[in-house]
Design a protein around this ligand. Structure first.
Ligand code: CTP
Ligand code: MG
Length: 208
């Protein structure tokens, strides 16, 4: 008992030792930025995966060609697109409802989605995917062919400007430069991983 050093006894002339916290504030800030980026992008990430699960039926281009190539191809269907958007909007609603409790548990605020932000993220993701198919067909790529870079970022490139257009205040509040940076780095990693899983599960024909 007497062997325990007690504060203020032996070393009164020494400054009190400063304990280094396990997470210094800078690390916390990085984790917070990653969490915000992931959460904010979830309504844009999910539509593509939902489209893979729900796709099929009538293609958007109705089989039409431009020159000797399909306008979009059989991989872009009305049902897949509609279900993708519905899934993204539903997820945005769920995240908005649970944000207070999740934010409380984590100790920082996460985005709650305004209707315009949700539409921009979910709709923009599907629109970006469709535009990517359009570009693939124009460059002579068959359905399912890969287009590195475009495949991984098509939904970011369209959804973020659309969100900024539809609800600039919300966009500016959440998509800081740091968050945008994380989105650009994180999105391709998540995209490659989820597509690989979908391929292994037999849900997707190609691993990209
Ligand atoms: N899908 C859909 N509607 C969409 C997007 C996807 O029905 N708007 C479905 C299709 O069944 C599609 C599958 O999800 O084949 C995989 O999506 P994706 O990889 O985006 O399409 P690809 O088949 O690779 O076609 P593309 O080369 O035009 O991208
Ligand atoms: Mg594909």
């Amino acid at each position: 008992m007497g062997s325990l050093p007690s504060a203020g006894s032996a070393a009164d002339d020494e400054p009190p030792a400063v304990k280094t916290p396990r997470f210094v504030p800078a690390d916390m800030a990085v984790l917070e930025t990653i969490a915000i980026a992931f959460w904010a992008m979830l309504p844009a990430y999910v539509p593509n995966n939902a489209a893979v699960l729900a796709g099929g039926g009538r293609p958007i281009d109705g089989g039409r060609t431009w020159g000797d190539r399909r306008v979009l191809g059989d991989g872009k269907t009305w049902r897949g697109t509609a279900m993708g958007i519905v899934a993204g909007l539903a997820l945005a609603a769920v995240l908005t409802v649970i944000e207070p409790s999740v934010g409380d548990a984590l100790g920082f605020d996460l985005p709650e989605f305004t209707p315009f932000a949700a539409v921009g993220l979910a709709g923009g993701a599907m629109l970006g995917d469709i535009l990517a198919s359009f570009l693939k067909r124009r460059t002579g790529r068959q359905r399912g062919a890969m287009f590195p870079g475009l495949d991984q970022l098509d939904f970011v490139v369209v959804s973020l400007p659309l969100v900024a257009l539809l609800d600039f205040d919300w966009f500016r509040e959440w998509f800081t430069l740091e968050v945008l940076f994380v989105v650009v780095v994180l999105t391709p990693i998540l995209h490659v991983t989820t597509n690989m899983i979908a391929y292994k599960l037999g849900l997707k024909n190609e691993p990209w």
